[in-house]
Design a protein around this ligand. Structure first.
Ligand code: ZN
Length: 312
């Protein structure tokens, strides 16, 4: 849909040890590393992208591994849980897998009429596998170990913890075109009809919650998806008209971005589908070698030396 928000583009979180982060997301969850690059604002830190085979928007979870940094703390003004869509009937497979591999997980629960299996990554980041109520035809990245029957298809929902609902809900409904779907206790689900999947934002309202501390094991920002740069700039106008501040357009090599902080404190990004991840390497090669933006290419040797070793 023209000039609409098309659900999630990517979510970015902070990890600790790079190898441990890589091993968990590729070997335990079975996601594909679709890009290995550096933080464009700090090339001494990796930037990992995990997603489906081609890095489709709505499947991409990215990390800055900050080795040795202190743990963060979930709280108000943060995305505090990421929900992945999995096929109906697959939660038992995942529960067994988590038990085998000593992955911290919780009881299967029901929320918004959907079965969910909450779990933690090695840095304590909260995630959840969800047997989504609506159809999800996305293919994920199936392998012989995690077949199509159980594969993670991409994002389903993201939970934002907030002290108040009104102003954040207004950003979703008035700027992004989302609608209130359902309320369950302190959780308020918002969704968009513009896409079939990766479409739900759940607002978790805790009036007395302390602000979160953004460091290892917490989310840094949530990026929403638009089709192209024209839609991106139309969305920028809407954010400005709403009275919020927003950055200029930033070239992230694999997409174009804008950033703004919504009034509840969560950092939002808006990112384009174009040009995508298969620009500096082919689909087959995605994630296999360190990719650097042009401005760092001349310093490649020093950058590679400063980054921790990663066994893939
Ligand atoms: Zn981002």
């Amino acid at each position: 849909m023209k000039n609409s928000i098309l659900g999630f583009h990517h979510i970015t979180a902070i990890a600790g040890n790079a190898q441990r982060n890589y091993d968990f997301y590729t070997k335990v969850l079975g996601l594909r590393m679709v890009k290995k690059t550096v933080n464009f604002d700090d090339p001494t830190t990796y930037h990992f992208y995990f997603g489906d085979e081609v890095g489709s928007p709505g499947t991409i979870l990215t990390f800055f591994p900050w080795a040795g940094a202190r743990p963060g703390q979930d709280g108000a003004g943060m995305a505090t849980e990421i929900g992945y869509s999995v096929p109906t009937g697959s939660l038992e497979f995942w529960k067994d897998r988590f038990e085998d591999k000593n992955i911290r997980h919780f009881q299967i629960r029901e929320k918004f009429g959907e079965r969910q299996l909450p779990f933690l990554d090695p840095d304590g980041l909260k995630l959840c596998l969800v047997e989504a109520a609506q159809r999800d035809d996305r293919k994920g990245y199936a392998t012989h170990e995690i077949t199509a029957q159980n594969v993670i298809k991409g994002f389903h929902n993201v939970t934002l913890t907030l002290n108040f609902i009104e102003e954040t809900a207004a950003v979703l409904t008035e700027i992004f075109g989302y609608k209130k779907v359902k309320t369950e206790g302190s959780f308020h689900r918002y969704g968009t009809d513009a896409v079939e999947n990766a479409a739900f934002v759940d607002l978790f309202i805790l009036p007395d919650a302390y602000r979160g501390i953004n460091s290892v094991g917490t989310n840094h920002h949530v990026a929403f998806r638009v089709k192209d740069e024209e839609s991106l700039m139309a969305m920028r106008e809407k954010v400005l008209q709403h009275g919020l501040q927003i950055t200029e357009k930033i070239n992230r090599d694999y997409f174009y971005s804008l950033y703004f902080r919504e009034p509840g404190g969560v950092l939002f990004e808006i990112a384009t589908d174009n040009p995508g991840f298969a620009t500096d390497e082919t689909v087959e090669e995605l994630g296999s070698t360190l990719q650097l933006p042009d401005r760092y290419e001349s310093a490649r040797a020093q950058i590679e030396k400063a980054l921790p070793e990663l066994k893939q």
